[in-house]
Design a protein around this ligand. Structure first.
Ligand SMILES: C[S@@+](CC[C@H](N)C(=O)[O-])C[C@H]1O[C@@H](n2cnc3c(N)ncnc32)[C@H](O)[C@@H]1O
Length: 334
């Protein structure tokens, strides 16, 4: 989260594939929690918007959630990526095999069938251990694996995981036209990505909870226009995508903490995104950084506060004149 101090407590640093003493690890977590219980926030969490007063629930020595960021390879060069300013970050990333520690975690019961796993990076599907990683997790009975993939390369392992009902994907397409795609990602494979996504989607079974979603990160001055958003949502609909996600470029958010004009534009685009998604019956989500942006806007404009609930409220209210205005454009695409 966007705290002034970075916002992530660290329990283990400089990791390079070795097995971990989990008792020590969870003891350290307990120490962190005790500190928070005593009212002293951890340095990394100081001034975080998300700190709240609540009871700590019982915690076992196991992970509820793991994010695996695999920074070994990527075949795109997205302008908003944290690696974009340093071309060599991927080639300089020290590679190690993650399979032994994952197997150890499963054996020791700290990674359980209920652990929710997110895989991101880099482009994880390009890692030589990716197929094995996925099969180790699936064979251990993990039920909720989400993979962030750019979908430029079709992965049979992902397809199998989707069929089994345990793998979901999120693909950050961020635009609605091939021209904009090239501008943002520097590679010409807009249609190929949508084809692969459609193919993944067609492997979803009716009753399972896993899903295929696309994401749109608002990049101020690059894709912050309604026509791109509308075309993105229509492409998602045409390609049988189940859900759509909206977020804001968090680098922009960090660096432009007081730019209320752009914040207003982002909030307007967020309403537009929700309205069109409702019309197209796409399951939408607005992610926490936009929530953060609205909270920040409200703290800068105490007399003109925006009710944040519209980004959570899924009742399908769309203003009538809005539908009339938009329907022609939508029909042309459908
Ligand atoms: C770094 S990407 C790489 C994963 C994968 N190759 C992909 O294309 O989805 C992982 C996720 O982080 C998100 N992300 C990357 N940079 C971001 C930024 N500046 N602001 C917000 N989200 C970002 C992307 O949308 C993506 O879903």
């Amino acid at each position: 989260m966007l705290t002034p101090n970075g916002g992530q407590p660290v329990l283990y640093e400089n990791y390079s594939g070795e097995l971990i003493d989990w008792n020590d690890f969870f003891k350290k977590r307990e120490e962190h929690i005790e500190l928070m219980k005593n009212g002293s926030s951890l340095p990394a969490c100081k001034d975080c918007f998300w700190i709240k007063s609540a009871n700590w629930d019982e915690r076992k020595n196991e992970f509820r959630y793991i994010l695996l960021n695999i920074w070994v390879k990527c075949n795109l060069f997205c302008i908003y990526c944290s690696t974009h300013s340093d071309k060599h970050v991927i080639e300089n990333t020290k590679e190690y095999n993650i399979i032994p520690v994952i197997k150890d975690m499963i054996e020791k019961g700290v990674l359980t069938p209920n652990t929710k796993i997110d895989i991101a990076g880099g482009e994880a599907t390009l890692d030589k251990n990716f197929d094995e990683l996925l099969s180790v997790l699936i064979n251990a009975g993990v039920k909720n694996i989400n993979i962030n993939t750019n979908a430029t390369i079709f992965s049979k392992s992902i397809q199998e995981g989707i069929k089994k009902g345990v793998v979901s994907i999120i693909s950050s397409v961020d635009c609605g036209t091939s021209k904009k795609f090239f501008e943002i990602k520097k590679v010409k494979c807009f249609e190929k990505v949508w084809n692969n996504l459609k193919n993944y989607s067609s492997n979803l079974s009716l009753n399972s909870l896993n899903t295929v979603r696309t994401k749109y990160i608002i990049l101020p001055n690059i894709n912050d226009d309604k026509s791109q958003i509308r075309k993105f949502l229509l492409k998602s609909k045409q390609n049988k995508i189940k859900g759509v996600i909206l977020n804001i470029d968090l680098h922009w958010l960090r660096q432009n903490a007081t730019d209320t004009k752009t914040m207003e534009k982002v909030i307007d685009l967020t309403r537009y995104f929700i309205n069109i998604s409702n019309i197209l019956e796409l399951d939408w989500q607005v992610w926490a950084h936009i929530e953060d942006l609205i909270k920040r806007y409200n703290s800068l404009n105490p007399n003109n506060k925006i009710d944040i609930n519209f980004i959570f409220n899924k009742t399908k209210y769309v203003p009538k004149n809005f539908i009339e205005k938009i329907l022609n454009k939508v029909n042309i695409f459908l």
